[in-house]
Ligand binder design. Structure first.
Ligand code: SF4
Ligand code: SF4
Length: 328
């Protein structure tokens, strides 16, 4: 990494859990190389920057912005527009910015249902005046402005142009380092045909060390119910491993720890809908001779939407249920 001309880096955390910010620390001592090559000009999670600090920067003066999280409200939307304007390279960092992530499963319910659950119907909520947050209200000190809660979660690419998409929940540390190093060296990170970086054009199955015995699934099971046999495909043992419908790049991290792939790298290149792709893959492990048995097996799958679309609902064909307002 060249230290001749110092770069400027920004990191932002929108609608996500914070794991992506933490994942940056997983590159370990190489953070010292980043510190030697670049100044952090905005990272609210780690340092006390304000939005007006970013507004004062010249347009295009941030060399690399890592934006994690989806866009759920007007504040995140405004920051996305601001960072797009100020950044030369904007990276959708992690599953939520890339494909909506777990928060976007809320797209299956209406904005009204979320407000009801949080402010009214929750047993632990004491709200006799039925107060709800409003974008504008009067307070003793003057007008109070709050971000507007949108009707659904958007991917970063739904609201601004994105230069690179680095998937994963969170992105795997070696992939983060390769991408960051290339960007700080002023090079384009290696990208697949669809422009995604830090991942593989192949599926997690292609990276997986477990053997497929080409047997049919007899029952779907969950992790707490049994200990999987080493070396044998988890899906064939009845664990709903999303490996066949998930983009590789993580090195089959979870599977090497005896856990099924939950699909966090999103759909492989060329796949329009991760859930539909997984349903297609299931047809290969169900017994085609008995439709009744196949139906009974599929009926055992708990939370099918949350299983098949855990990280990628807005990137699929469905995206969200019809909403009752609140969209930008
Ligand atoms: S389904 Fe899962 S366990 Fe089986 S080969 Fe694919 S990634 Fe490995
Ligand atoms: S195995 Fe699947 S869930 Fe685990 S890190 Fe890789 S893509 Fe994500």
């Amino acid at each position: 990494m060249s230290a001749n001309s110092r770069k400027r880096i920004a990191v932002f955390w929108a609608s996500s859990c914070g794991g992506c910010d933490i994942s940056l620390l997983e590159i370990g001592p190489r953070l010292l190389d980043v510190a030697a090559a670049a100044d952090i000009v905005f990272w609210p999670c780690a340092t006390d920057f304000k939005y007006h600090d970013v507004e004062k920067l010249p347009d295009g003066s941030i060399d690399v912005c890592l934006f994690n999280g989806g866009v759920r409200n007007s504040e995140q939307h405004e920051v996305a527009l601001l960072l797009r304007r100020k950044s030369r390279v904007l990276v959708a960092y992690g599953a939520c910015a890339a494909d909506g992530g777990i928060p976007a499963l809320a797209n299956l319910v209406s904005r009204r249902a979320i407000l009801d659950a949080v402010y009214h119907a929750n047993l632990s909520t004491d709200n006799p005046a039925a107060t709800e947050p409003r974008p504008l209200c009067a307070a003793p000190a003057g007008e109070l402005h709050l971000p507007e809660f949108y009707g659904q979660v958007y991917r970063l690419c739904d609201v601004v142009d994105v230069d690179h998409v680095l998937p994963g929940c969170p992105p795997q540390a070696e992939r983060v380092w390769e991408t960051l190093k290339a960007l700080l060296d002023g090079q384009a990170p290696e990208a697949g045909a669809d422009g995604r970086v830090g991942c593989s054009p192949r599926t997690v199955c292609d990276e997986c060390p477990r053997e497929k015995k080409l047997v049919r699934v007899e029952a779907f099971r969950r992790h707490h119910e049994f200990r999987p046999e080493p070396g044998w495909c988890l899906l064939e043992q009845g664990l709903l491993c999303m490996g066949p419908a998930t983009r590789g790049g993580c090195g089959a991290l979870c599977i090497r720890a005896d856990m099924r792939c939950e699909g966090c790298y999103g759909p492989p290149a060329g796949v329009a809908d991760q859930g539909a792709s997984m349903i297609g893959a299931l047809s290969g492990v169900l017994d085609p001779a008995s439709e009744e048995k196949a139906y009974a097996l599929v009926s055992q799958i708990p939370d099918p939407a949350g299983t098949f679309y855990r990280f990628s609902l807005p990137s699929g064909l469905l995206k969200a249920r019809r909403q009752d307002g609140g969209n930008p």
